[in-house]
Design a protein around this ligand. Structure first.
Ligand code: HEC
Ligand code: HEC
Length: 362
């Protein structure tokens, strides 16, 4: 690590303790040992993040423990999972929620964008669902506020499950197995679509990111990270600028940003948040996703543009994607505006490798 980086690391320390310690021993400590010392305490004592004006930062934290489900809740969750995996809810009888949100792939489908009914290609990448219960604005453009409301979307979306809501209700009320499973969990004898949605939502709320070494950092300190991973964490908070948008327990600010990936004015364009709000600054903006469980959720971004983490980091080092300066002919939306929190970052090859190593721990 270059001396300038170490100097900055030391300066960024929120307590002066380390400086004093280094002076006391005379010779400078080895770089990685110095970094370990900076990260030895709780996150509140870690080097302060380097933030641009307007960034909204919440300190890094472990994901809250999931409380033990009561027996009634456990029954709702189990039924929700069964419905989540039930292809007969779809028009073709072949597509379940789990077809695109596969638990073994971090609740994604591993595809750039999803295939739905009749193998039609959707426009967006299936997001991991393990953070959905903490998400206030669902979908990449944040158009849905509740998990219950969300379920009804894919069921009848012609590109996803292409189900007919009335048909689904008729069908499920004829299934003795489901009637029995619902009995006692709902008020009436007749199962309604809203009941299906409630069970699936209960299942989704029971999900949490896979537990891994990142969780252990909070309990056991930086000793669980390799030198390279720890350097990645430090870069993420400081020079690489990632903490401007990715922070808190889920490594997201829960806001919408335009990274220049909306392909404005081309056949592939996706206007993102603008489709919901119509505000000029929302053209091409998408919700900052959680970075937990990244090794399970490739490819990345709303359109699955990046197959691996290396090109994601390269992309950020270059300051993000292009934003045309002029309005495209025939386009209702104005040209996208570069996000003020994004700018080119001076990252060496070693820096980029360390960042990727860190992202793989999350
Ligand atoms: C054909 C593939 C497909 C199927 C089937 C499907 N989804 Fe999705 N799901 C997606 C895609 C793609 C998105 C992102 C769409 C967007 O942002 O516009 C998504 C988004 C979501 C989200 C929002 C997550 C977030 O972080 O914003 C939830 C929750 C969800 N799906 C649950 C379900 C449930 C429940 C079902 C079954 C009733 C289901 N999905 C069926 C592909 C699918
Ligand atoms: C200006 C805010 C902002 C900054 C700064 C930022 N991100 Fe992001 N990040 C986002 C948004 C928004 C998306 C989704 C964008 C899209 O799909 O168009 C995203 C997506 C990602 C993804 C893809 C996740 C997935 O599941 O698809 C990764 C990985 C990622 N960011 C890592 C980083 C790293 C590493 C840095 C620092 C080098 C960084 N981000 C800096 C806002 C930001």
């Amino acid at each position: 690590m270059p001396a300038s980086t170490i100097r900055r690391a030391v300066l960024a320390a929120s307590t002066g303790v380390l400086l004093v310690a280094l002076r006391a021993t005379g010779a400078p400590a080895p770089p990685d040992a110095a970094l370990r010392a900076l990260y030895a305490g709780p996150p509140q004592s870690w080097p302060r993040p380097w933030l641009e004006p307007g960034a909204r930062f919440t300190e890094f934290a472990p994901v809250p423990e999931t409380p033990e489900a009561s027996p009634a809740d456990a029954a709702r969750i189990a039924l929700g999972q069964r419905l989540f995996e039930e292809p007969r809810l779809s028009g073709s009888g072949q597509i379940a929620c789990a077809s695109c949100h596969n638990a073994e792939m971090g609740f994604t489908d591993g595809l750039r964008t999803s295939f739905g009914h009749d193998r039609q290609r959707g426009r967006r990448n299936a997001p991991a669902l393990f953070a959905a219960r903490w998400t206030h604005a669902l979908f990449w453009d944040g158009r849905e506020a509740s998990l219950e409301g969300q379920v009804l979307g894919p069921l009848s979306d012609p590109l996803e499950m292409a189900g007919d809501r009335a048909r689904v209700e008729r069908w499920i009320n004829r299934q003795p197995g489901y009637r029995q499973a619902f009995a006692g969990l709902i008020g009436s004898r007749r199962i309604r679509l809203a009941d299906i949605a409630a069970m699936i939502a209960a299942y989704e709320r029971s999900l949490a990111p896979p537990r891994n070494r990142w969780d252990r950092v909070f309990a056991q300190g930086p000793g669980v990270l390799s030198d390279q991973e720890l350097r990645g964490l430090h870069l993420f908070r400081t020079k690489a600028g990632c903490a401007n948008c990715h922070s808190g327990a889920l490594l997201t600010d829960d806001r919408f940003h335009n990274l220049g990936l909306g392909f404005y004015g081309t056949a592939r364009q996706d206007l993102g948040r603008w489709l919901v709000t119509g505000r000029a600054q929302d053209v091409g903006a998408f919700r900052t996703p959680t970075l937990r469980g990244l090794i399970h959720t490739r490819p990345y971004m709303h359109n699955g543009f990046f197959p691996f983490l290396e090109p994601v980091v390269m992309f950020y080092a270059g300051g993000g994607g292009p934003n045309p300066e002029r309005q495209a002919a025939g386009e209702a939306a104005p040209p996208p505006q570069a996000d003020p929190l994004l700018k080119p970052r001076d990252l060496t090859r070693e820096d980029r490798e360390a960042l990727v190593a860190f992202l793989r721990v999350l």
